[in-house]
Design a protein around this ligand. Sequence first.
Ligand code: SAM
Ligand code: SF4
Length: 335
Amino acid sequence: MTHLPPPTQLIDRYGRLVDYLRISITDRCDFRCLYCMAEDMTFLPRAQILTLEEILTLAQAFAELGVKKIRITGGEPLVRKGVLGLLQAIGRIESLTELVITTNGSQLETMAEALKAAGVKRLNISLDTLDDDKFKAITRTGDLQQVLKGIQAAKAAGFERIKINAVILKDRNHLEVCDLVQFAVDNSLDISFIEEMPLGIVSQHDRSDAYYSSALIKTDLAPKFALVASPEKTGGPSNYFKVTGTQTRVGFISPHSENFCSSCNRVRLTVEGRLLLCLGNEHSVDLKQIIRANPGNNDVLKQAIVDAMLIKPEKHDFNIHEQPVILRYMSMTGG
Ligand code: SAM
Ligand code: SF4
């Protein structure tokens, strides 16, 4: 009998190469953004979430299977104890070309330099508004000035690239899209606008009424900024435009208006160790159970990851006009 060599790449049924993993390292957060969490969230008990060692084992296994880029997210990743040690350890995995973080920015004032030293190359920082009161209304518990200080600290630490992520909701912050781009231009940052996705049940707005499309944002930006389509991709779902005469790129993540599933190269590891094959579907494999049942046996783990590619769905099927069928919140999944 001939044995096939173990796979070194992850390829799904539709021929898509999966080389990007997003890991949610905590479901906890110091903010309660109204599109992301309920006000009175119940967080998971510690035994139910992956330990830092398990996260590292998983990152290593994915890297051995050809994953080149890892994004650490949450919840708010920077509130998890031990995050810097974890980043240092993941940063030492040689075959990875990119280690990046998505953060709400609240801890950056004190942590930016340490993150840079730990090997993080790029940061995505969420910022939906430049107005203190609106910031408080959207995040419920956040402080805009703290985040702005965090952004300055990140700039000073010298990351290769810092990108602002802004979820735009009609009548909450849609009038601010030009100000947000101007903020990005003034600070030599990139910015991506995100259409809200129907994940988890939210109480404070109707997602269908709050929908504000990427096309509308482009129309709003047109009188003030000349946007030129850029062929550049960063391994994520954004379509980029260069703001003429500046360093800034503006991206649009449009799960509703421009389906990006055909080029999907990513999978997500939830805080509970479930490998989620698509943000908009429930297809998943419980890798925590596999790791805990087979301690130290990387072959079993890697085979489970390879096999999981067979159930990666062709596309998501979000419908903001209906109650969500996806009951998990973005904070558990890892945005
Ligand atoms: N706490 C970090 C932060 O806010 O950047 C990382 C986790 S957060 C879940 C990651 C990204 O998901 C943020 O940019 C956030 O705005 C976005 N997000 C959360 N809920 C969303 C939703 N329902 N639709 C679209 N984007 C969402
Ligand atoms: Fe926290 Fe980020 Fe969700 Fe806001 S979007 S509640 S900052 S995890």
